[in-house]
Design a protein around this ligand. Structure first.
Ligand SMILES: [Zn+2]
Length: 233
């Protein structure tokens, strides 16, 4: 997805980028919806009111994720398109300079100057724009920005995450709502944190502790605010 560096194992990098985005979206959905639910429930709302607030939070969050991701990835895509258009123009106007430029990039990476020119010529004979896009601009298929795909992925993963604490609201017996939603949400967060860490080859315990800490903090804050305003109002 975005910001993925060029790497020999681009397939692996691409898959981890996708999984990372999905885990992050679900994390956001769990933390924000569970916090909203706990805050509203702490203000002594009925189960029905809590459910409505939670569903509104799910929809609002998913839309906001989609809009944010669409705008951010679109602007990246615009930049990439402008870069490619400029490159295409340069290639059509001064091909000799462009061969030198590409060869120079390979020389800087450690390739022998004679071989570098040969590589540059051969790559450009096959796909001049592709070679310059990859090695000069850093745009590859992995990094190519896809705004609609990014927006839908973010919205969907957020909604899946948000649905977990909402299901707990339905399942929890009255009076046990806050402890059950909090505990289950922290459990979901820990599970997702472990999956993300395992896929990325990171330390599982540290990653799990990190997400559960921030989740617990968010819920404690909204619960405190709910209690405060629930009793004042
Ligand atoms: Zn160029």
């Amino acid at each position: 997805m975005r910001h993925v560096r060029l790497h020999p194992e681009s397939h692996l990098v691409g898959r981890i980028g996708w999984l990372r985005a999905a885990v992050l979206g679900a994390n956001d959905g769990i933390v924000s919806t569970a916090s909203l639910i706990v805050g509203v429930a702490a203000a002594a709302a009925t189960q029905n009111e809590v459910l409505i607030a939670g569903i509104a939070g799910l929809v609002a969050g998913a839309m906001s994720m989609a809009a944010g991701e669409y705008v951010s990835v679109s602007s990246q895509s615009d930049t990439e398109q402008a870069d490619l258009a400029r490159e295409r123009k340069e290639l059509s106007e001064n091909i000799g300079f462009e061969v030198d430029e590409l060869a120079e990039i390979y020389v800087k990476r450690g390739v022998d100057p004679v071989l570098a020119r040969q590589v540059a010529r051969q790559l450009m004979a096959k796909d001049a724009l592709g070679a310059h896009a990859r090695d000069e601009l850093g745009i590859s298929e992995v990094t190519a920005a896809r705004p609609v795909q990014a927006a839908l992925t973010s919205a969907a993963t957020f909604a899946v995450g948000a649905a977990l604490p909402l299901l707990m609201v339905v399942a929890a017996p009255v009076g046990m709502l806050v402890p059950i939603v909090s505990a289950a949400s922290l459990g979901f967060l820990a599970f997702l944190g472990a999956i993300g860490a395992k896929a990325g080859g990171a330390n599982v315990v540290r990653a799990t502790a990190r997400v559960t800490f921030w989740g617990a903090l968010a819920m404690a804050l909204t619960a405190g605010i709910g209690k405060l305003f629930g009793t004042v109002v």
